[in-house]
Design a protein around this ligand. Structure first.
Ligand code: FAD
Ligand code: 2HG
Ligand code: ZN
Length: 473
């Protein structure tokens, strides 16, 4: 079918106004990091699961490939079309209802295009916590979170999106609908399809709804911001925090001094504590079901022990919610400050927590020898062993030229070291197209073979997000 025929057929399914072919489509065609700008045959915005299934059938019959898209906040160029003008962007934005908050079973069933923050607020309004939290929560969608198995800042206590997911509704590459929304916590009836679709980045099926776990709202949440003398000390502090706070430890983030310097530079209205005092700072959170006094006592005991052991130089504990938000806001502003500073190279890596300090020491030294002047923006979810070990061009270099010439060699150096440490080259952002060719080098042939077999079995005609995660065959 020629292009006009496909557009006509799609309009018949979702209605004319929801098939976009003209005007400014930047929000759908360019990735958040501005790494690539594609061109879509059309952007299609179905209203419900049935329409998604019809759109998929229509595209499959016409041999048109589909790029599923949620909030388009992904970090690895996975949700935008290629430059061919032949792919349909299937936006889930209109499937945005919270279907049911089921307090009796501590679950929420929600449609894929629901904005994460909207979901958090809907659950909170009914007295429940939906704990997934990331700086993009005002624009990313729960479907995108599931498709990337997003992490964020509460993983140390609640796990990543996969661990929060009890069931899915999915439209397959053939346009069939799989209803797996039972919400059961135990169901060992063969292969768990949910785990195939979570983290599959739109390559195996289109997630249209999900049933997720809920938790009771904590009685209180206290946030501390601490200057630590070294990364080693941050790891030592993490050990103490586990011991003193146990399940109360709901966040533990590390931030290098250069990363915090970018926040000071680009968001001068924010008050970032401890300037010039230390090479790293930590933000940590204690959630408690007892009382604010209890939580404060626990936190103070932890910080006293840490000061005594020399793994904290100084610390502040937020006095109220506004102060806590301001401290978290500093951490959450780092990716935005980095974007303001210019194009950069991201390494979203995970390594066993105890080995992170020696990894960073080796990587910092090797990068400065091989690429003098590079600026290292190191921060992340230390509680999960997940660093954003990012590289910014030297101060007077052209960032675009820097990336074109040095991204490959810099990635090779960093990822070789990640392999030596038996780490992962993608802790939470996924593979998309940016890391696809690296995956082929860093994943075992056995695992890659199994992944290809799964893709071929579920999507034999490569309709769904072709060329993402795995190379097109
Ligand atoms: P999109 O970007 O639209 O899509 C991401 C991938 O999922 C694409 O491959 C797309 O095809 C696929 N997809 C989207 N929706 C569906 C669906 N319904 N069915 C099937 N496939 C689908 N990530 C983290 O893990 N942790 C963080 O702390 C974090 N912080 C961030 C902070 C900022 C400021 C920004 C900009 C991003 C951050 N991210 C983080 C990355 C990003 O927000 C997450 O990957 C998020 O889960 C993507 O959701 P989205 O709705 O924007 O998905
Ligand atoms: C975060 O933790 C995000 O802030 C973004 O995962 C990381 O920009 C990055 O490198
Ligand atoms: Zn992150």
């Amino acid at each position: 079918m020629e292009k006009a025929g496909v557009v006509r057929a799609l309009r018949a399914i979702v209605g004319g106004p929801h098939v976009l072919t003209e005007g400014d489509l930047t929000a759908y065609e360019q990735d958040w990091r501005k790494r690539e700008r594609g061109h879509a045959l059309a952007v299609v915005r179905p209203a419900n699961t049935r329409e998604v299934a019809e759109v998929v059938k229509c595209c499959a019959a016409a041999g048109v490939s589909i790029v599923p898209q949620g909030g388009n906040t992904g970090m690895v160029v996975g949700s935008t079309p290629d430059a061919s003008g032949t792919q349909v962007v299937l936006s889930l934005q209109r499937l945005n209802r919270v279907r049911v908050v089921d307090g009796a079973n501590l679950t929420v069933t929600v449609e894929a295009g629901c904005i994460l923050q909207t979901l958090q607020e809907a659950c909170e309004a009914q007295g429940f916590l939906f704990p997934l939290s990331l700086a993009a929560e005002g624009s990313c969608t729960i479907g995108g979170n599931l498709a990337t198995n997003a992490g964020g800042t509460q993983v140390v206590r609640y796990g990543n999106t996969r661990e929060l997911c009890l069931g899915l509704e999915v439209v397959t590459a053939q346009g069939e609908i799989w209803d797996g929304l039972t919400g059961l916590r135990k169901d060992n009836t063969g292969y768990d399809l949910r785990h195939l679709f979570v983290g599959s980045e739109g390559t195996l099926g289109i997630i249209t709804a999900a049933t997720m776990k809920l938790y009771p709202l904590p009685v209180t949440q206290l946030t501390a911001f601490a200057a630590v003398p070294s990364l080693d000390a941050a790891v030592q502090l993490l050990g103490l925090a586990h011991k003193h706070l146990n399940a109360g430890l709901t966040g533990f983030e590390v931030m290098g001094d250069f990363a915090l310097g970018l926040v000071r530079k680009h968001f001068p209205q924010q008050k970032v504590p401890f300037e010039g005092m230390s090479s790293y700072c930590v933000v940590l959170e204690n959630s408690d079901q007892e009382s604010e006094d209890h939580a404060r006592q626990q936190l103070e005991r932890l910080l006293e022990a840490a000061l005594e052991q020399g793994c904290v130089l100084d610390a502040v504990v937020a006095e109220n919610l506004a102060q806590a938000r301001a401290l978290w806001h500093i951490r959450e502003s780092i990716p935005l400050a980095q974007a303001q500073e210019g194009l950069n190279i991201k390494h979203d890596i995970s390594i066993a927590v105890s080995r992170i300090p020696s990894f960073v020491q080796e990587a910092d030294a090797a990068l400065q020898v091989a690429f003098p002047g590079v600026r290292l923006v190191n921060y992340g979810h230390l509680g999960d062993g997940n660093l954003h070990y990012n590289v910014q061009a030297p101060v007077d270099a052209d960032a675009e030229v820097f990336l074109t010439t040095l991204e490959g060699p810099i990635n090779t150096l960093v990822y070789a070291l990640v392999d030596q440490y038996r780490g992962s080259i993608s802790a939470e952002h996924g593979i998309g197209s940016l890391k696809r060719d690296k995956l082929a080098h860093h994943k075992s042939p056995v695992a890659l073979g199994a992944m290809r077999a799964i893709k071929t079995a579920l999507d034999p005609h490569n309709t769904l997000n072709p060329g993402r995660v795995l190379r097109r065959e």
